[in-house]
Design a protein around this ligand. Structure first.
Ligand SMILES: Nc1nc2c(ncn2[C@@H]2O[C@H](COP(=O)(O)OP(=O)(O)O)[C@@H](O)[C@H]2O)c(=O)[nH]1
Ligand SMILES: [Mg+2]
Length: 228
């Protein structure tokens, strides 16, 4: 267990018995809620209080949604990373709740998507790395790997690729991210806006979820790329 997460394991998210979990994590504004809006069916979204925000930290609470007759629980974690002293307590409480949840239920998390805004990668990760800190995104991914079962699926989603009008610049940022993220974890660059790259992510995680649930059942919850 990395030092960082050791300090954050007190608060408890109510546990549910006999459910598997799909989690979405990432800094505020990374595009977590937008991603869920793209992969979940509309009627499912209507039950899930997902807000997509312009301001960082819009999703303040931990949103949980029970699907597939209670067999799968989808969790949209709020972002963390506000360092202002006013929100520090809130941030600590959130990290506590997340760490506690993953330490208790990690083995039941079958699918974890960690979301990073590709535009912030260079700044946030590399600046920290230069100062001798492990970037928090990297730390989160390592933490997920530690607590989840070996056969579970972890992916890193790099969002907002549509923001690059210069394709060479995008390629450079993606290359940089690939060099700094663990090479054994699949990376999906995509746009929540124009849906570029969405198909690859959906295809991969839906194929994975079919190990647990029938295609018919999954169709009740997730958008299948072909049915768009
Ligand atoms: N252009 C663009 N904007 C995005 C993308 N993903 C998210 N956004 C925008 O980024 C902001 C934060 O998104 P949100 O999903 O609420 O982030 P969250 O805090 O991680 O849940 C919103 O204004 C979204 O519309 C993307 O791939 N491309
Ligand atoms: Mg959100």
């Amino acid at each position: 267990m990395s030092q960082f997460w050791k300090h954050h394991s007190h608060r408890v998210i109510p546990d549910k018995k006999n459910t598997l979990y799909m989690t979405v994590t990432g800094r505020p504004n990374a595009g977590k809620s937008s991603l869920l809006r793209n992969v979940l069916r509309r009627d499912v979204l209507d039950r899930f209080k997902i807000t997509v925000g312009k301001r960082p930290g819009t999703t303040k609470r931990i949103n949980q949604l029970s699907v597939l007759g209670g067999e799968l629980t989808i969790i949209d974690f709020p972002g963390w990373g506000h360092l202002s002293s006013r929100s520090r307590k809130e941030k600590d409480q959130l990290l506590d709740a997340m760490a506690t949840f993953f330490e208790k239920n990690g083995k039941k998390v079958i699918l974890a998507l960690h979301v990073i805004d590709i535009r912030t990668f260079r700044d946030v990760s590399l600046r920290l790395e230069k100062k001798g800190f492990i970037p928090i995104d990297l730390e989160m991914v390592q933490f997920l790997e530690e607590v989840m079962a070996k056969k579970s699926f972890i992916a890193i989603v790099l969002t907002k690729i549509d923001k690059f009008s210069d394709k060479e610049m995008l390629e450079r940022e993606l290359k940089l991210a690939r060099e700094h993220l663990p090479s054994h974890i699949p990376i999906f660059p995509l746009s929540n806006k124009d849906k570029t790259g969405m198909y690859e992510l959906q295809g991969t995680f839906l194929r994975y979820l079919r190990k647990y649930f029938s295609k018919e059942k999954l169709r009740d919850v997730f958008v299948f790329p072909s049915s768009r």
